[in-house]
Structures are given as structure tokens and as C-alpha cells.
Design a protein around this ligand. Structure first.
Ligand SMILES: Cc1cc2nc3c(=O)[nH]c(=O)nc-3n(C[C@H](O)[C@H](O)[C@H](O)COP(=O)(O)OP(=O)(O)OC[C@H]3O[C@@H](n4cnc5c(N)ncnc54)[C@H](O)[C@@H]3O)c2cc1C
Length: 293
């Protein structure tokens, strides 16, 4: 199938893009890398009257560190994140996660901003934003809004963005010296959308978690910052404590059924990922099977 007819405008600046979006309301769609929008249009899941192409806006590119804040422009492509020395040094979780996003041809065009605005619940990067405690920066004609990642994703393909706003950048605290991260996902093949995945960021001191942020994905209609993590912080972890956290996690999940997995299977896989994460971050092989029971 082919997309229905649409008009095309190449934005010359962020201000120009915002003017175009304001003039056309929800009949316009932003185009970044096109790796999600174009397939959706070809399947006629989305039929905008106007495409506003922001792909040439240099002001939305760049990955910089200022003090303890890492800023990533919305148009940073997945491959840019993968190759960035700033990301490798200051947000290694993102680097690891992005290598699981699709395949090289898609990573060469798809962007961080597009992935977050698209808000697929099985996407890796939205969950990373929760784990990192990132702030999503959006701009509209009335100015800029800074939205904590855990308020940005509001449902399947839904975010706090209005149709008249652009996602312009993401800010995340740089990883501390005592930070540790974990990323893993179950997928049929490397590069496929995950059946269940976990992105985690932690501070480990003296064999315990001083902080732990667990961003699960493909377990509900949006990425989940699991409250069960609180049961694992500032405590010497035993198999019983891990099992308690695992039971709490199970109550938070709202997994769906599709061709890949039943809700029960997704719950089970999420618990496996929890025990892998805790075991690996604390270097405690004895905990590896602890949460899955
Ligand atoms: C075969 C295949 C496999 C894939 N596998 C994965 C995978 O495993 N994991 C994964 O996470 N993704 C996967 N993807 C999606 C891919 O990562 C996309 O690149 C990404 O989701 C969207 O980025 P984009 O720049 O291409 O956005 P686009 O397709 O250009 O836009 C996506 C949506 O976001 C909106 N948008 C884009 N940029 C902005 C902005 N700056 N401000 C406001 N709105 C904006 C658009 O209007 C549109 O609604 C896959 C895609 C394909 C085709």
C-alpha cells in the first residue's frame, strides 16, 4: 500500500517548523528520520495532510556535556548515539541500549527525538530515559517546557507533546563514578522489538544499592519506572528480599497478549530480568535465580 497524498514542507528553522505546525494543527506531522512515520503512512495508519520535515535543522543536533548535565539534540540519530564518546563516557546505558534498536540501516536514519515522540511501549530508548531520570525538552510557539521522562510517556504511541510542539532535546545527569548500569531484553532476534526488556541505572556502595532505577519496557501501554526498586535500596539483599521485590514488580506490570507472548510469559520474563539485573550489578551470582520463582 502507498501513503495517501500529502503536502511536504522542509522547515528552515525551529521557529519556521513551529509556525507550520501551528497553522495546520493536528493535520500536520513532524518528520525526523521517517523510520516509524513512513511505514505508518504507507500502511495508512497515519494520513497527515502536511509533513513538516525537520531533518535539516542543525540546531537540533549535537551531544554535549556541560558540568554534570548531558544534552542530546532531538535529531541525534541512533548511530550518532552509538558512536559518541560523550555518551560512552557519561551515559553508557544509552550506548548499550541503542545497539538493540533495529538494524544498521534504520539506526542510520532513526533519531532519538523520533523514537521518544513515537512512544512505542516496546522501544528501548523511552525506558532508558526513565532509568536515567532524564528531562524531555519540548518547544512550542509559547515557549519551552521541560518534562520529566516519567511524565512524558502517557500511553501507546501517546506522549505529553501537543501536535503543535517539537521535541528539541533531552537532558540527563552524567553518570557518577559509583554509577552502574544494566540493559537486557528478550527478543526473537537481535534488533527486533523486545518481548520484554529492562534498562537500569544504579548507584552501588558497599555491596548495596544506594539508588536503583528500573525502566521496564514492553510490559504495558508505556515504559514503567518500577516502584519495586525501592524494596532493594539501602538493604542487604537476600533471596527473600529479592522475591518480595519480584512479587511487588508483578503487581505493577500490565502486559498485553500478542503473537509473541502471553501476559504470564511477559511477567515471568520481567522477573528473570530483575534477578539478572540485581545479580549482575551487585556481582552476586547466588541471586540470579532469586526473583523468577
Ligand atoms: C524494521 C524496523 C525495526 C525497528 N525496530 C526498532 C526497535 O527494535 N526498537 C525501537 O525502539 N525502534 C525500532 N524501530 C523504529 C526506529 O527506531 C525509528 O527510527 C524511531 O522509532 C523513530 O525515529 P525517526 O527519527 O525515524 O522518527 P519518525 O519516523 O520521523 O517520526 C516518528 C514519530 O515521531 C514524531 N516526531 C519525530 N521527531 C519529532 C520531534 N523532534 N518532535 C516531535 N515529534 C516528532 C513524528 O511526527 C512521528 O509521529 C524500527 C523501525 C523499523 C522500520
Amino acid at each position: 500500500m502507498k501513503a495517501s497524498a500529502f503536502a511536504y514542507a522542509r522547515a528552515t528553522s525551529v521557529a519556521n517548523a513551529l509556525d507550520l505546525l501551528a497553522a495546520h494543527g493536528d493535520k500536520a506531522k513532524v518528520l525526523s528520520g521517517g523510520q516509524s512515520l513512513m511505514p505508518a503512512m504507507n500502511l495508512r495508519l497515519n494520513s497527515p495532510e502536511l509533513i513538516v520535515d525537520i531533518g535539516e535543522l542543525a540546531e537540533l543536533r549535537g551531544i554535549t556535556v556541560n558540568g554534570d548535565v548531558l544534552t542530546i539534540g532531538a535529531l541525534s540519530r541512533h548511530v550518532d548515539v552509538l558512536k559518541s564518546s560523550e555518551i560512552a563516557a557519561h551515559a553508557p546505558l544509552l550506548r548499550e541500549a541503542v545497539s538493540h534498536v533495529a538494524h544498521p540501516a534504520i539506526r542510520n536514519r532513526g533519531t532519538l527525538g523520533g523514537s521518544l515522540a513515537h512512544s512505542d511501549p516496546a522501544s528501548e530508548l523511552p525506558a532508558c530515559m526513565l532509568a536515567l531520570g532524564a528531562t524531555i525538552i519540548v518547544r512550542g510557539l509559547r515557549g519551552e517546557r521541560r518534562i520529566p521522562a516519567n511524565e512524558f510517556f502517557t500511553g501507546i504511541y501517546e506522549t505529553a507533546l501537543s501536535p503543535q510542539e517539537l521535541l528539541v532535546a533531552v537532558e540527563a545527569p552524567v553518570a557518577r563514578e559509583d554509577s552502574a548500569h544494566f540493559f537486557d531484553e528478550f527478543a526473537r532476534r537481535h534488533g527486533d522489538y523486545a518481548i520484554v526488556g529492562l534498562a537500569a541505572q544504579a548507584i552501588v556502595r558497599g555491596g548495596q544499592f544506594a539508588d536503583l532505577r528500573l525502566g521496564f519496557f514492553a510490559v504495558g501501554d508505556r515504559p514503567l519506572l518500577a516502584g519495586a526498586a525501592r524494596k532493594l535500596v539501602d538493604v542487604a539483599i537476600t533471596p527473600a528480599i529479592l522475591a518480595d521485590a519480584s512479587a511487588a514488580l508483578s503487581k505493577e506490570l500490565d502486559p498485553h497478549e500478542d503473537q509473541q507472548a502471553t501476559p504470564a510469559m511477559r511477567r515471568h520474563l520481567a522477573k528473570i530480568l530483575l534477578s539478572r539485573c540485581v545479580s549482575r550489578l551487585l556481582s552476586r551470582p547466588d541471586l540470579r535465580a532469586g526473583a523468577a520463582a
